[in-house]
Design a protein around this ligand. Structure first.
Ligand SMILES: Cc1ncc(COP(=O)(O)O)c(C=O)c1O
Length: 344
């Protein structure tokens, strides 16, 4: 709540989404058990449901996307191995270097193209020969969506085929893969085709309070349970949160289209303000270039009107189920009002 005692309109991230009443009811009603003993029926049901939905053999529920990604990296790569990853990728840039710190895995970062992809020629060039001087290249990790951009489906097919032909495994950080599927009008199975393993976040646009699932072959998931335990992700009566994750996958995927529409509306309206440079959103995330001198007063003006945003020269704005079309209109009015006065 802000100082007007109304909920914030929060555009900082889709991680700020709150569980709905119906989601909370599902959580309250969930049968639970000790999931380290695989005794929690709600966790088991979620893992099976997610595996089926995405077309994988098995699933593993963990507290965060950072952890499901790390479990995957530690499963695919051992000590002295390396994985190929985009410079902008979350696993490389925003997960504390966990692959290197905890997995003894060398990341080989590669420049992302403007559309978020990694060029096949670059992937080929960075695969190391079998030589004792080099780390062993084991894995290609992609992210979709990446900075709100949707990787083209034909690119994903080409990149995963190429990696497999070179003897690499493939992992998808699919924190927002549901946004990509909805944007492309394809099934979740189609969206993750070509990847050996996939991490999916439930706690972002899908609206669950906690949790991610790792999907892959049965034996991979079994081994993943060992890493999850070691990383402190073995939870006990986790059905309480798995119920929310299940609810999110059942009810909150198709509605992501509303978030994409609100982002498109917001971006188009902000682009009409003199002095702002706005990217065209493909999904629920877009960027606005704001004159440096305007940043601090704009942040304060928005906050006074109950709007939270990470305002800076490169501002990322994110729509989600906590931002209605009416909220988007209020945000546009607030920006317009500020820039009218700021210029005078
Ligand atoms: C693309 C991407 N991958 C992974 C994660 C990690 O998720 P978590 O915050 O649950 O660790 C995030 C979080 O914002 C993300 O944006």
């Amino acid at each position: 709540m802000n100082d007007k005692n109304t909920p914030w309109i929060d555009l900082r991230s889709d991680t700020v989404t709150l569980p709905s009443e119906a989601m909370r009811a599902a959580m309250a009603a969930a049968p639970v058990g000790d999931d380290v003993y695989a005794d929690d029926p709600t966790v088991n049901r979620l893992q099976d449901f997610a595996a089926e939905l995405f077309g994988h053999e098995a699933g593993l529920f963990a507290p965060s996307g950072t952890q499901t990604n790390l479990i995957a990296l530690m499963n695919h790569c051992g000590r002295g191995d390396e994985y190929l990853v985009g410079q902008e990728a979350h696993t490389y840039k925003y997960e504390g270097g966990g692959a290197a710190v905890l997995g003894s895995i060398q990341p080989q970062p590669i420049a992302n193209q403007p559309d978020g992809s990694i060029a096949l020629a670059d992937i080929g060039a960075y695969i190391k020969p079998d030589d004792m001087h080099f780390a062993r290249t084991r894995l290609l990790a992609l992210e979709n969506t990446i900075g709100g951009r949707v990787l083209p489906q034909d690119y994903i097919k080409a990149a995963t085929d190429f990696a497999h032909a070179k003897g690499l495994a493939t992992h998808l950080d699919g924190a927002r893969i549901c946004n990509a599927a909805v944007k492309n009008g394809i099934t979740l199975r189609e969206a993750v085709a070509g990847f050996d393993t996939v991490s999916v976040c439930l706690s972002k646009g899908l609206g669950a309070p906690v949790g991610s699932v790792l999907l892959g072959p049965k034996a991979f998931i079994e081994q993943g349970k060992r890493w999850r335990k070691m990383l402190g992700g073995g939870m006990r009566q986790a059905g309480v949160i798995a119920a929310a994750a299940h609810y999110a996958l059942e009810h909150n995927v198709a509605r992501l289209a509303e978030d994409h529409e609100n982002a498109a509306y917001l971006a188009a309206a902000l682009a009409g303000i003199d002095g702002l440079k706005v990217t065209t959103p493909q999904t629920n995330i877009f960027y606005v270039e704001i004159p440096e001198a305007a940043c601090a007063p704009l942040r304060e003006t928005l906050a006074r009107q109950g709007i939270r945003a990470s305002i800076g020269p490169q501002t990322r704005l994110v729509t989600h189920l906590g931002v209605s079309t009416g909220d988007a209109k209020k945000v546009v009015d607030a920006f317009k009002g500020f820039f009218k006065d700021w210029r005078n």
